[in-house]
Design a protein around this ligand. Structure first.
Ligand code: BGC
Length: 745
């Protein structure tokens, strides 16, 4: 293909090259018919296909062809199931092929920095490792069917508020360890056909003009060879964009930018070679899209049944006091809440698709036994409706168990704007509290795209988090409620007690700028560091059975950072029913010279176990599991020392642990100056000898005051610098300069 593309480039006119840099319209690339360069179609994404046959838009307003609606990203990630995500990807890929589309625009991997982000429903996690693993398998699945993906939105696009202009200010270490890491593994290991460049600015420059992001990091460092496409309208300065590596502008611009490109090449502001790079990648995408195209069909019923299975795997049982769940067929059940009949199963905006079927819970649950329904509240209003409430209370009194369907109405969260608070509507809260007074056997089933506060939690015995579970979630909820499916989802985000507990609240947008002052302390990394108890921790999720974590073994207790360690853990199902458990592995740097999170997720695996069954799970950890991003050497680095490996069932329940010593093979060279502290000097053999000599005298002087003991005197002198030795240490300027030279040699 390479040779053919070079031939085509040689035959293209400058005008034709310029025209290839942007779309022909909203969803297709520009063809060059005379040379046989085809046009291909791209469409949203991510959890279903939104192919618009008629009028086009990027906010999900206009009708699209029917497609299976799977759970959105927040739900999918709660499965913590790589294989499942890949299978979903395969199904999505098949539907994409069937509709003659070349690229499905997703997955969305932006980190959930704030629970308020209106688009959190579409993103996977607050943790970059989990997020990138989910993305990798989504991409592998979709692309196995000969169609492409577009990992988005690159990068640091973590809020909807002012998303098209906000300048995200984030330090290099945080960017690498949290925000870029969420893309990195997926891009390196799954090679998405395209990467979607975000709307926002990053550290003062629009992502679309950012050469460091789009070329130096993405291509030179990560080895990415695919195409960069702009988010719809994210292009800023087309000439700078081309130089930066922003290939395809979407949607088309009616030729406006073509003229600028032509002029820039003519007057030498744009090197034609830079333009050729873009053209090469656009042609490659078009050829890949058409050459991989195949006739396909899919069975709507089968995909719908699969969507039900997937939704069941994603639901998270947050609370289950007195083992109220699963429900028993002989129990009389009151189903309450408009959401039981009018489900909220996907988010608003560009990912909004037209489902092939739509199942509501009421239709699925009404034949399960003695089950009756009452509306309870109006979804379109926040006001309490006294009549609806009193009907519901009456029904609650007449039944054994009350199942309330609650959550966030469509208007509370969407692409395009952020949430204002984390509450569910007042009328739903009031209803839950009143129903609990009438009958304490209350189960709440939630439909929402992101974390919520639950000041009403004590008015429930059980809570099932359904997220936005897709078109078949109505049936999946019934499967889980009645125990046909044993819940095995785990939160991929922390639910804080209250919004204010989340650090991003202190550092929100001011004058078009948002500074990530909390740094690497995002999600559980923050709550851990602050010893703050969240409402539900990252990784939490209950089951109808019990698991015992039985033992942990490592194949070595010491390793170099170039080696790997194998960790084996065993888990047993000690309960009465088959179930799945997610085994989560976190690493803690016991002692570090810089601030690091208390622990970080570095591996996980989901296993199914029959009652009494025990399985051993093996994890392999390499350098990256122990490393932080060292900005001085611009690389991942491990500090020599002991690390704790913690394994368990959530970020706060980690019954197994062991330690391993990791030795660094990289010497980080310190640069010494007149202003280096004596403490720093102690790390150097020559420095240490000198310091010991000078400090001995000073310490004596301090101790003789009677105000310091030996330890105090040592601390006092440790922050002195070489320069202060001129005054206190009896050293001359020449001596100090000579020493600095020796230290740096
Ligand atoms: C969204 C993208 C989407 C695109 C096309 C944009 O507004 O941010 O995620 O793929 O529109 O619909």
């Amino acid at each position: 293909m390479k040779e053919r593309i070079e031939q085509l480039i040689a035959e293209l006119t400058l005008e034709e090259k310029a025209s290839l840099c942007s779309g022909q319209d909203f969803w297709t690339t520009q063809p060059i018919e005379r040379l046989g360069i085809p046009s291909v179609m791209v469409t949203d994404g991510p959890h279903g296909l939104r192919k618009q046959a008629g009028d086009a838009d990027h906010l999900g307003f206009n009708e699209s062809v029917p497609a299976t609606c799977f759970p959105s990203g927040a739900g999918l990630a709660s499965s913590w199931d790589r294989e499942l995500i890949e299978e979903v990807g395969v199904a999505l890929g098949i539907e994409t092929q069937t509709e003659d589309v070349a690229v499905l625009l997703g997955p969305g991997v932006n980190i959930k920095r704030s629970p308020l982000c209106g688009r959190n429903f579409e993103y996977f996690s607050e943790d970059p490792y989990l997020s990138s693993q989910m993305a990798k398998h989504h991409i592998l699945g979709v692309q196995s069917q000969g169609v492409g993906t577009s990992i988005k939105h690159f990068a640091a696009n973590n809020q909807e508020f002012k998303r098209m202009c906000v300048d995200t200010i984030v330090d290099e270490r945080t960017l690498r360890e949290i925000y870029l890491a969420s893309f990195e593994t997926a891009i390196k290991e799954a090679e998405p056909w395209t990467v979607m460049c975000a709307y926002n600015q990053l550290n003062g420059e629009f992502c679309a003009d950012n050469r460091n992001l789009l070329t130096e990091i993405l291509r030179d460092e990560w080895g990415y060879e695919g195409l960069v496409v702009s988010d719809w309208g994210a292009e800023n300065n087309r000439i700078e964009g081309i130089k930066a590596g922003m290939d395809l502008e979407m949607p088309g611009n009616g030729g406006r930018n073509d003229a600028k490109i032509i002029q820039a090449v003519k007057d030498g502001r744009l090197d034609e070679e830079d333009l050729n790079k873009v053209v090469r990648r656009v042609i490659e995408l078009a050829l890949k899209g058409t050459e991989n195209a195949k006739e396909m069909t899919f069975n709507k019923e089968e995909h719908d049944a699969f969507a039900r299975q997937v939704a069941g795997e994603c639901m998270v049982l947050l609370k289950n006091d007195q083992e109220l769940l699963p429900l028993k067929k002989e129990q009389k059940v009151a189903v309450i809440g408009e959401l039981a009949k009018n489900p909220r199963y996907q988010g608003g905006g560009s990912s909004h698709i037209n489902p092939t079927f739509l199942h509501n819970t009421w239709d699925e649950i009404k034949d399960m036994g003695d089950v009756s329904y009452s509306q309870g509240y109006e979804l379109l209003s926040d006001d309490i409706n006294k009549d609806l409430e009193s009907d519901a209370i009456q029904l609650a009194k007449e039944n054994d168990v009350v199942v309330i369907f609650a959550g966030l109405p469509e208007r509370y969260e969407s692409e395009g704007y952020d949430r204002k608070h984390l509450r569910i509507p007042d009328n739903q809260v009031h209803l839950i509290e009143e129903l609990y007074k009438a009958n304490q056997k209350v189960v709440v089933v939630l439909s929402n795209g992101g974390a919520i506060e639950m000041p009403w939690i004590n008015s429930t015995e059980a809570i099932l988090e359904g997220y936005l579970g897709g078109q078949a979630s109505g049936g999946a909820v019934v499967d889980v409620l009645y125990g046909k499916v044993n819940p095995s989802g785990k939160l991929a985000e922390t639910f804080p007690m209250q919004l204010e507990d989340n650090p991003s609240e202190l550092f929100s947008t001011e004058a078009n700028q948002v500074t990530y002052h909390e740094g690497i302390f995002v999600g559980y990394r923050y709550y851990d560091a602050k010893k703050m108890k969240p409402l539900f921790p990252f990784g939490h999720g209950l089951s109808y059975t019990n698991f015992e974590f039985k033992g942990i073994q490592v194949d070595r207790k010491e390793m170099k950072d170039t080696d790997e360690v194998t960790v084996k853990v065993s888990v047993e199902n000690t309960g009465k029913v088959t179930g799945k458990e997610v085994i989560q592995l976190y690493v803690r740097d016991i002692e570090s010279t810089l601030k690091r999170p208390i622990k970080e997720l570095k591996e996980f695996a989901k296993v199914e176990l029959a009652p009494g069954e025990e399985k051993e799970v093996t994890f392999v950890l390499g350098k990256r599991a122990f490393a932080y991003y060292n900005v001085a050497i611009k690389d991942w680095h491990v500090e020599t020392g002991d690390f704790e490996i913690l394994v368990g069932t959530s970020s706060v329940e980690l019954p197994l642990s062991t330690t391993i010593k990791v030795e660094s093979t990289v010497k980080v060279k310190k640069v010494y100056t007149m202003n280096s502290s004596l403490d720093d000097l102690m790390e150097h053999p020559i420095g240490a000898t000198v310091v010991q000599q000078v400090v001995a005298g000073m310490k004596e002087a301090f101790e003789s005051t009677g105000l310091f003991d030996a330890e105090g005197a040592k601390e006092m002198t440790s922050s002195f610098t070489l320069r202060t030795m001129l005054m206190f240490g009896g050293m001359t300027e020449e001596q100090i300069e000579q020493l600095v030279e020796q230290l740096n040699a």
